[in-house]
Write a protein that binds this ligand. Sequence first.
Ligand code: GLN
Length: 283
Amino acid sequence: MIIRAALSDGAAALASVSETPFLDASLLLARALGASRERVLAMGPEELDETGGSAFRGLIARRAAGEPVAYILGLKEFRGLEFGVDERVLCPRPDTELLVEAALRTARSFAASDRAPLRIHDAFTGSGAVAVALAAELGDSAAVSMSDLSPDALELARENARRLLGHELPAALSDCMEGVDGPFELVTANPPYVTSMFCDGIYASGGKEPRLALDGGPDGLGLYRRLAPRAREVLAPGGVLAVEIGDEQGSAVSALFRAAGFGEVDVLRDLGGRDRVVLGVSP
Ligand code: GLN
């Protein structure tokens, strides 16, 4: 079989589990052949040998059983950095880059007003994607730390920091920033925000990501309810809380921020026009 045909067969086998079956198939074939995805796409008319073909079929079977491509590859690109990922953490999503962009704008506006080095904490850090991306992009102008409730996730976040930054980031085992002392100028978080009922559906159909990273309780808002008042305690006056949200949670999370005393509450939309980030300023 030629490469192009193998790719289209692979993509067809993934059509019911993936929103991006061709992309997934090409990434998996690249892994099976030890080549780049660009190279694999250019190899269309070439013959796929038996070793490569059987490796590819094995990877397609894993993906078809619901394993995310990022877990199969052990890597996920986020803000241009290759994060190590596996079953210990949620795979970083492109949507979350909006949280990083909002945090960078906030950080740069503080830097301009001479609050350097900025103290930034990323709660619910998971793979460390947000914390490490901020540390990479802000360099010496920020002191970034991170926390997570899962010791397994924290271990991976530490590894990602070491490998991608060349140094450690302070990392605390903590439930919703309990025991994490400020003050901070900026707190970022992508907490679990999927409703428990929706999570039941995800796991009934073979979801592989840790439930701890997704399940935000009956209405999905449980962690924002705890985080908003906690963030008020650790933020310096004028400090900012920036969180990722589900696309139907903009007004509910804004209300929770206001109830906790935050001002200048703002909801930002992602490229698809959906509510994705809420920001608030501590008085
Ligand atoms: N955006 C994620 C998803 O629905 C949810 C992430 C989260 O709960 N923090 O797949």
